[in-house]
Design a binder for this molecule. Structure first.
Ligand SMILES: [Zn+2]
Length: 191
């Protein structure tokens, strides 16, 4: 079907930016694959994806850039297996990072909780005084609560910061779907 008459522009078709459904990809693969077979080996070599494209994967066996939608590389290497391995490594990396962050956060929060106890007397003392002497009128007594409030406020802010970091990492881990992996995947570097 395909003869050798096409101009170079046709040969250098840019890879699609659009990612189609799996079934559509397979269908296209079948149609294009059949045409390609009759196209001769020169066409086969020319029709490789752009290395920077989201459609590209570098075959671990032959080192050439191949379409990510193909099950097998043109050298016969099983690309689906390769991309699955990459995905599991990516997911494991995120989980490890979250684990490290959680441990670090826990380590930081522990002394913080103890330090928060330091603010307790400032809060308890005025209450105790008011209870013992039945006087709540004196402003100086209530001024004692100010350092306590300051301590709680400061540690509250630090704690919120540490927790926000940890939650963000947990969210990333939760969102680590296969689709997200394909988006995050570092582009294949051209040789
Ligand atoms: Zn290969």
């Amino acid at each position: 079907m395909l003869d050798q008459e096409f101009s170079d522009d046709v040969m250098n078709l840019r890879p699609r930016k659009l990612r189609l459904g799996r079934d559509v990809e397979r269908l296209l693969e079948g149609v294009c694959g059949a045409e390609e077979d009759s196209g001769g080996s020169r066409n086969k070599q020319a029709l490789r994806p752009n290395a920077d494209s989201a459609n590209a994967i570098r075959c671990a066996a032959c080192g050439r850039v191949e379409y990510i939608t193909r099950e097998h590389c043109r050298c016969g290497h099983y690309l689906v297996g390769q991309i699955e391995d990459e995905y599991f490594a990516y997911e494991r990396g995120l989980a490890d990072a979250h684990e490290r962050l959680s441990t670090a956060a826990e380590r930081k929060l522990k002394p913080l909780r103890l330090a928060t106890l330091a603010g307790l007397p400032f809060m308890v003392w005025p209450l105790l005084y008011a209870f013992l002497y039945g006087s709540t009128a004196s402003l100086t007594i209530w001024l004692w609560t100010l350092p306590g409030i300051a301590i709680y406020g400061l540690f509250g802010v630090i704690q919120a910061k540490i927790n926000a970091k940890r939650n963000a990492s947990a969210k990333t881990l939760q969102a680590a779907t296969f689709e997200q992996f394909l988006i995050d995947r570092a582009p294949v570097t051209s040789t």
